[in-house]
Design a protein around this ligand. Structure first.
Ligand SMILES: Nc1ncnc2c1ncn2[C@@H]1O[C@H](COP(=O)(O)OP(=O)(O)O)[C@@H](O)[C@H]1O
Ligand SMILES: [Mg+2]
Length: 382
């Protein structure tokens, strides 16, 4: 996929010149004649870099740059000012507004091309210092409430201003986007069908959707990728690329233990095993626990979340489940069919609902627990 450059300039001749020079180098070009049009194009086109004029009618380039920098979705797009303002003060103002480089007009198109390439190469170098926690959520069976837990945990942490990401790793029947009322983007499918070595933090960032809570989401559409299995090499590349991008990364995993799901689990720091309070769920969880231990998750890295989806006379008490599985339960979520139906309909996860009842309270407690466990532990993710 060629890098996409957005040129924002009110001078059609300048636009034409730059377009020609950059297109000749294989870049994909979109253009806008003012900042308002430019901001729209940023949303719809998701450019890899912006060439931005400063003096334009209406909102000027400096202000447009500040606006882009202030929003998490656009904060990291490289910006090069291309402008006739040649005073030193103007250059400084441009760099202070958050630009990556500054070129004065009239500029030789060859210089513009060289600077565009240099800025792209420089901004691609992802800092290695930051390493987020990878927390996998996996159901003992399908339909136990795993995705609901993942979505609520993600949103709750994001609301606490913890940089949080949620990756829907369902290569088909993903429901994260549906629960959050996000557009069904092909984001996961696009990554899964790329060569593994091409998947990096930049490719991942381009496909993230920012939920109103601040949660960064990699959605997966319910129609899926058409793949039979999750490809492990691509899953590995996606998970590794997510680490520098957030402090906590939740993976919503399909309960089917494909090699791809195992790969994700092997890269996880913590697994939350979701199950209902029923003997069959406990039996399934027991097997899953053995598998998790097999990929290197053990001890405190495996924890239970019990979801009681419907009141029933044969429900097992939580202490008995903990004893049988020799694992602590981090949470118990009571039945909340109606509240959940309403929450999905509104696209507002239960943890955010004003009056969510006891289930919302339990989800909030679970998120507190996850948060305190992570911040309390001195060891860094493995
Ligand atoms: N606490 C709960 N009470 C009642 N129903 C629930 C609860 N949690 C989840 N559900 C319901 O269970 C079904 C499966 O939930 P989902 O989160 O998609 O599970 P999974 O990801 O394990 O398939 C959904 O219809 C959901 O509304
Ligand atoms: Mg699910």
């Amino acid at each position: 996929m060629p890098d996409k450059i957005l040129i924002v300039d009110d001078d059609p001749l300048a636009v034409k010149l730059m377009r020609l020079a950059l297109a000749a180098e294989g870049f994909e070009i979109t253009t806008a004649l003012d900042a308002r049009e430019g901001l729209l194009a940023v949303q719809t086109e998701q450019p890899d870099l912006i060439l931005l004029d400063i003096m334009m009618p209406g909102v000027d380039g400096l202000e447009m740059c500040r606006q882009l920098r202030s929003r998490p979705q656009t904060a990291n797009i490289p910006i090069i000012f291309l402008t006739a303002k040649i005073q030193l003060d103007d250059k400084i103002a441009g760099l202070q507004a958050g630009a990556d480089d500054y070129i004065t007009k009239p500029a030789d198109p060859r210089e513009v091309v060289a600077r565009v390439k240099a800025v792209l190469a420089r901004t691609r170098r992802v800092p290695v210092a930051k390493q987020g926690w990878i927390i996998s959520l996996i159901g003992a069976k399908g339909g136990v409430g795993t995705t609901t837990i993942a979505v609520n945990l993600g949103v709750a942490l994001a609301r606490r201003k913890v940089p949080t990401m949620l990756i829907d790793l369902h290569h088909h029947s993903g429901t994260v986007a549906w629960q959050l009322k996000l557009p069904d983007r092909l984001s996961l499918t696009e990554l899964l069908t790329m060569e593994a070595h091409q998947i990096d933090s930049h490719q991942l960032t381009k496909r993230l959707y920012m939920h109103a809570s601040g949660l960064a989401v990699l959605p997966s559409p319910p129609i899926g990728s058409g793949m039979i299995e999750l490809p492990p090499a691509q899953v590995s590349a996606i998970v590794r690329s997510s680490r520098p991008l957030a402090d906590v990364i939740f993976l919503d995993l399909p309960h089917m233990l494909s090699p791809g799901a195992k790969e994700a689990l092997a890269l996880s720091d913590v697994a939350l095993l979701v199950l209902g309070p029923h003997p069959t769920d406990v039996a399934c969880a027991e097997q899953l626990k053995t598998m998790l231990e097999g990929v290197g998750l053990a001890g405190e890295a495996i924890n239970l979340v019990v979801v009681n989806r419907a009141p029933s006379a044969v429900t097992l008490p939580v202490p008995q489940i903990e004893q049988q599985l020799k694992k602590a339960a981090w949470g118990f979520i009571p039945p909340a069919a109606e509240e959940l139906a309403y929450s999905y309909q509104q696209g507002v996860p239960l943890v955010l609902a004003e009056s969510g009842g006891t289930a919302a309270l339990s989800l909030r407690e679970l998120s507190e627990r996850v948060h305190s466990q992570l911040s309390g532990r001195m060891l860094r993710p493995r």
